[in-house]
Design a binder for this molecule. Structure first.
Ligand code: HEC
Ligand code: HEC
Length: 453
């Protein structure tokens, strides 16, 4: 009897000791909370539907709206007249939401840049409009539609030329980056010579309601526009015009935080990306000759808005794995986490499932100067031509499963995580250099960590 309990005692001491040494090695107790990357909305699906499930805590009216919105997100629009989903174009970029956001995930840079794809170009000429926003290009607006229905011509064709750049990491690893140079051709009418182009690939659309309901005051606390804390990282809120509320609001969506609400993002996606008039933007340009406007109802618009607000966030994986946690520690030490801020919380939301959630998006939703390499040189409200919004990193490791590729950044130029990090410059120059100088094993751990999100 005695020797038996003695053995248990010895065993417990060994177990306790090994836990302790874990804590000593990794500086802090393992942060299990971050497994719930989307708070109570989190789902534990790791398959190709990891981005496309309703929030785990969604029920009743909002779940019904979500499921209806799911159907609408997949509808393919066609030229009028048609019995269903008519109104595509006359000029447009693609014919459904899902074609640009496949499986609610991210588009891939198209092999043929003028095929139907997830890529679009925002445009403007120098100067600002009455609301401090991009100045429209006469005859084109602020987006180039490179497709048209029969009887109309596309506004222009997109063109890209790639050049290869080489980066050498401190352990001798050589990484090739591809740098795009964009232009337009086959213009349907003359275009001013000072036109500015901003290429954008469709980002994933899950978890967005959580980002929408982070209190504005919390986001402003993270901003440090004049870098008072001296870490070389500033962070600036974008303020943008919302034609629905007729107010200037904090921008949260789009690659430059150029849109303030999901409602506005969805209504303009219908209008600009697909040429579908709706209760908010009710005129086709050019006119399509049919008197069917708005081409979708208020109900459909609402369903799709709620759908985008309430897609679940997939759980982080391997949160207790020592290599992953070493990667997380390095992520913090290299100041990646000063822009990709791990933890956020929502305040009140009219959607109960989104209220008071603690979640881990790894973003501050703020603008940062990312250097010359990533610059599009096209300002968007307060965002300069070198500034971009910090991308959330949640779910990033599942993209290969959901979308079958590992392309990142605003135009999909990075073909893997290493390339994405090497494109960082400007305020992130020091972090990028720290990454380049990591010993091989640490670099692998950092990538393991990112892939566990
Ligand atoms: C031609 C491709 C295309 C189509 C069609 C399209 N989108 Fe997008 N979507 C994009 C791009 C590109 C962005 C980024 C825009 C930006 O940075 O300004 C985006 C951004 C978004 C965002 C904001 C995501 C974020 O994290 O900021 C939402 C929400 C969204 N789209 C929903 C929709 C819905 C709903 C539809 C259908 C009504 C739709 N999209 C149709 C390409 C597309
Ligand atoms: C100064 C702020 C800042 C710092 C520091 C920073 N990032 Fe970023 N990160 C961004 C911004 C902004 C983007 C989006 C840039 C773009 O798309 O052009 C981004 C994009 C990314 C992406 C691609 C995400 C996607 O979905 O396309 C990855 C991966 C990433 N960062 C990882 C890191 C890592 C790892 C570090 C530390 C070595 C780091 N970042 C440091 C601001 C920052």
């Amino acid at each position: 009897m005695r020797s038996f309990s003695f053995r248990i005692l010895i065993f417990s001491i060994i177990v306790l000791k090994s836990c302790q040494s874990d804590e000593i090695d990794y500086g802090q107790p393992v942060d299990m909370e971050r497994e719930y990357a989307g708070g109570e909305t989190t789902i534990f699906t790791m398959s190709n539907i990891a981005y496309s499930s309703p929030a785990n805590n969604l029920s009743g009216y909002f779940l019904e709206m979500h499921l209806a919105g799911d159907m609408e997100f997949e509808q393919i629009f066609v030229t009028a007249p048609a019995p269903l989903n008519q109104g595509l174009g006359p000029v447009y970029n693609n014919s459904s939401c899902i074609k640009c956001h496949p499986s609610d995930g991210r588009g891939k840079f198209p092999q043929n840049i003028n095929s139907f794809s997830s890529l679009l170009f925002r445009v403007s000429i120098s100067g600002v409009d009455a609301h401090n926003g991009p100045l429209t290009v006469p005859g084109y607006g602020t987006q180039i539609q490179n497709h048209a229905v029969v009887g109309f011509v596309p506004e222009a064709d997109y063109q890209v030329i790639w050049t290869e750049l080489t980066e050498t990491l401190s352990d001798g690893t050589i990484v090739n980056l591809r740098k795009p140079l964009y232009s337009l051709n086959n213009l349907y009418q003359e275009i001013p010579s000072d036109i500015m182009l901003s290429p954008r690939i469709a980002p994933p659309v899950f978890g967005l309601g959580l980002l929408e309901f982070i209190p504005e005051t919390d986001l402003l606390l993270m901003a440090d526009e004049f870098d008072h804390n001296g870490d070389g990282i500033s962070g600036k809120a974008n303020y943008v015009w919302n034609p629905i509320t007729q107010r200037v609001e904090l921008g949260r969506f789009g690659w430059k935080a150029n849109v303030s609400t999901i409602e506005l993002q969805v209504a303009s996606a219908y209008h600009e990306d697909m040429g579908i008039t709706n209760p908010i933007f009710s005129h086709d340009f050019p006119a399509d000759g049919w008197t069917d406007d708005p081409e979708i109802s208020d109900l459909i618009l609402n369903q799709v808005v709620i759908y985008c607000q309430t897609l679940a966030v997939p759980a982080a994986r391997k949160v207790d794995n020592p290599d992953v946690n070493n990667g997380y520690k390095l992520f913090q030490q290299m100041n990646c986490s000063n822009c990709h801020i791990p933890k956020q919380k929502t305040g009140y939301s009219p959607i109960p499932a989104l209220s008071n959630q603690v979640f881990y998006p790894f973003t501050d939703l703020l603008l940062h100067d990312m250097g010359e390499g990533l610059a599009d040189n096209r300002p968007d409200y307060l965002a300069t031509g070198r500034e971009w919004k910090t991308r959330p990193l949640w779910g990033i490791g599942l993209q290969i499963i959901v979308n079958g590729h590992t392309e990142y950044l605003h135009d999909g130029r990075a073909r893997n995580l290493t390339e994405a990090i090497l494109w960082h410059g400007g305020e992130a120059e020091n972090s990028k250099n720290a990454f380049k100088n990591l010993p091989t094993k640490d670099r692998e751990d950092l990538l393991l960590f990112l892939n566990s999100l």
